[in-house]
Design a protein around this ligand. Structure first.
Ligand SMILES: *[C@@H]1O[C@H](CO)[C@@H](O)[C@H](O)[C@H]1NC(C)=O
Ligand SMILES: *[C@@H]1O[C@H](CO)[C@@H](O)[C@H](O)[C@H]1NC(C)=O
Length: 490
C-alpha cells in the first residue's frame, strides 16, 4: 500500500521533461490548460488534454458546473496553502545534503512545484519532535516569570533557520505558529507533558488566585516572535494553543477554556503584541469543527484582537459547512483549515478533500499535518502522539519523495495563487457527500481562472462548465483524479 503511494524521483524527472514550454506558461497568451494528479500515481501535476470552448464531445458521464466569475460571485481571498513545519520536518530535511535540500525547498516554495505560501510551525515540542519534549523556556523546571532563561535552543534555532530559507524562496509566504504547551512552570501541573490533571495555564482561571503567569505567557509569545524575526522568519500569526480542548498525557498538550482564551487574548497577549510593536495576528481556537461555540465565545470577548479562526479536520461528523455558518455570523473574521493529517493509509483524495471542503466554505488557506517526516513517520516522541503521521514529503537515505497528498494539495496551491478570489458556483460544485464530483474555482490576480475538479468515480467524467461571464468550457476529467483547469483571462 505504502509503495503505491510513493512518488518516485524517476517520475519527477519525467514530469519535468513533460512540462509545457515557457510560452504555454504565459496565461493570457495561451489557451486553456489542464493538469491532473491521480490515485494510480501516473499523473503527478501532469499536463493533460485542455478543455475546449463550447459543448465539446460529452461522454456518458457528463456533469454540469457553473461558476460566477463576475463581481457578484467573488468570495474569500486566498492567503496560501502548505503544511506544518514540525521538528520532525526540520530534522528530516536537514538530513539532506545542502544541494538536495535547496532542490526540495525550491519545489515546495516556488512555481517549479507546489508554490506553497502558508506554513504552520510548532512553538517548542509537538508530538512530532524527537525526545525530550521542550519549550523555549524550560529553565530547569524553575519558575522564570521574567523569562530570563528564554532561548530557542538547537531545535528552535534550526526551525527558525528553515522557515527563513522558505521565506527567502517565496516572499509571499505567511507563517503562523502554535504551541502544544506553555512551559511547565507556567502550568498548574508543572509539566509540559505526562499529566492530564491540572493540565492548564496557571492564570487564575481555575484557581482564583489572580493572573499569576498570564503576563509571562503573553511575553513568551513576544520573545518567540522577536527571536524568530531575528533569524529572518517573520511570524504573521499565532494561535494561543494547539487543540485547546485536547488534554493528553503522552505528549505536550494544555487544556484552555474558551472564556480563558478570550481573556488571555483580550487582556494579555493582544496588548503585549501591540505594545511590542508587533503586527503578528491572533487566530482563535485551532481545533475541530464540532465545537464552533468555542471561537464564538472567544470572539465575544476578544473580537478586537482576533483576525481569524483556525479549524482542524478531526471531528467525528466532519462538516465544513460549519465554516459557512460561521462566516454568516462573523463576516469579517477570516478562516483557515490549520491541521489535518495525511497518513500513508489515507484515501488517495484525503488531502484534496480537506482542501476542497474548507475552500468551498470560506477558508482562505489550508495547512496539512505535517510537511515532512522520515520514512518512519518521525522523529516523534516515544511517549505518545501520532506514530503514523506521514509528511507530504518523506526523507529516506538522503533523498526526498513526494507523497500523493503533496500532489493533491499542489493541484490547488500551484494554480490558486496568493490573492486569488474564490468564486461561487453551482451544480455538482455543491454536491455535499464528499464523494462524486467536487469543485472550487478562483479568479486569479492575472485574470486567469482556475477550476479544481475532484473526481472520486472510478470512471472518467466529462465536465461541461458555464461561466457567468458567458463562456462554456468542456473537457475530460480522468477517473480518481484531481484535475485543475486554468482558463485564460476573459
Ligand atoms: C447539462 O447542461 C446541458 C446544456 O445546458 C443540458 O442540456 C443538460 O440537460 C444538463 N445536464 C444535467 C445533468 O443537468
Ligand atoms: C522581574 O523583573 C522585575 C523588574 O525588573 C524585578 O523587580 C523582579 O525582581 C524580577 N523577578 C524575578 C523573579 O527575577
Amino acid at each position: 500500500m505504502r509503495g503505491l503511494l510513493l512518488a518516485s524521483l524517476v517520475g519527477q524527472a519525467a514530469f519535468c521533461v513533460a512540462l509545457p514550454s515557457e510560452a504555454a506558461h504565459s496565461p493570457r497568451a495561451a489557451g486553456a490548460q489542464a493538469y491532473a494528479s491521480n490515485s494510480a500515481g501516473n499523473y503527478k501535476l501532469s499536463s493533460i488534454a485542455a478543455p475546449v470552448q463550447g459543448n465539446g464531445s460529452p461522454g456518458p458521464s457528463t456533469w454540469n458546473l457553473s461558476i460566477d466569475d463576475t463581481s457578484s460571485g467573488y468570495k474569500q481571498k486566498i492567503t496560501g496553502f502548505g503544511a506544518a513545519v514540525t521538528d520532525a520536518t526540520v530534522t528530516s530535511f536537514n538530513e539532506l545534503s545542502s544541494s538536495t535540500l535547496n532542490e526540495l525547498l525550491n519545489e515546495l516554495m516556488t512555481s517549479a512545484g507546489a508554490n506553497f505560501a502558508l506554513m504552520r510551525h510548532t512553538i517548542g515540542a509537538s508530538d512530532l519532535s524527537g525526545d525530550p519534549a521542550y519549550t523555549y523556556d524550560d529553565n530547569g523546571g524553575n519558575a522564570d516569570p521574567n523569562l530570563t532563561g528564554f532561548n530557542l535552543g538547537d531545535r528552535g534555532t534550526a526551525m527558525a533557520t528553515m522557515l527563513a530559507k522558505m521565506k527567502g524562496l517565496n516572499s509571499n509566504l505567511k507563517i503562523f505558529g502554535s504551541p502544544w504547551s506553555a512551559p511547565g512552570w507556567m502550568k498548574l501541573n508543572n509539566a509540559i507533558d505526562g499529566n492530564t490533571n491540572n493540565n492548564n495555564l496557571n492564570d487564575g482561571y481555575l484557581t482564583n488566585n489572580g493572573p499569576q503567569y498570564s503576563s509571562a505567557f503573553a511575553q513568551y509569545f513576544v520573545k518567540y516572535i522577536q527571536a524568530f524575526q531575528s533569524h529572518g522568519a517573520t511570524i504573521d500569526a499565532i494561535t494561543l494553543q494547539n487543540e485547546p480542548l485536547n488534554s493528553q498525557a503522552g505528549y505536550p498538550t494544555m487544556y484552555m477554556f474558551s472564556y480563558e482564551q478570550g481573556d488571555l487574548i483580550q487582556n494579555y497577549v493582544g496588548p503585549a503584541l501591540k505594545s511590542a510593536g508587533l503586527g503578528t495576528k491572533i487566530w482563535a481556537y485551532d481545533h475541530n469543527t464540532d465545537q464552533a461555540v468555542y471561537p464564538e465565545q472567544v470572539l465575544g470577548i476578544a473580537a478586537d484582537y482576533v483576525s481569524a479562526v483556525a479549524w482542524h479536520c478531526y471531528a467525528t461528523n466532519l462538516d465544513w459547512t460549519v465554516l459557512t455558518n460561521f462566516k454568516n455570523q462573523f463576516p469579517n473574521v477570516e478562516q483557515y483549515m490549520t491541521e489535518c493529517w495525511t497518513p500513508s493509509t489515507g484515501a488517495w483524495n484525503q488531502a484534496a478533500s480537506f482542501t476542497m471542503g474548507p475552500l468551498q466554505n470560506w477558508a482562505s488557506g489550508v495547512a496539512a499535518w505535517t510537511l515532512g517526516t522520515t520514512a518512519q513517520d518521525g522523529p516523534h516522541l516515544s511517549s505518545g502522539g501520532c506514530g503514523t503521521c506521514t509528511g507530504l514529503v518523506t526523507i529516506n537515505n538522503g533523498q526526498y519523495t513526494f507523497q500523493t497528498a503533496y500532489y493533491m494539495m499542489a493541484q490547488f496551491s500551484k494554480f490558486m495563487p496568493v490573492g486569488a478570489t474564490v468564486l461561487s458556483g453551482t451544480g455538482s460544485y455543491t454536491y455535499s457527500s464528499g464523494g462524486g464530483v467536487q469543485s472550487v474555482a478562483s479568479l486569479n490576480p492575472d485574470g486567469t481562472r482556475t477550476v479544481v475538479i475532484e473526481n472520486t468515480f472510478s470512471n472518467d467524467i466529462y465536465i461541461h462548465l458555464t461561466t457567468q461571464s458567458g463562456q462554456e468550457w468542456s473537457g475530460n476529467v480522468p477517473s480518481e483524479s484531481v484535475t485543475t483547469w486554468v482558463l485564460p483571462a476573459v
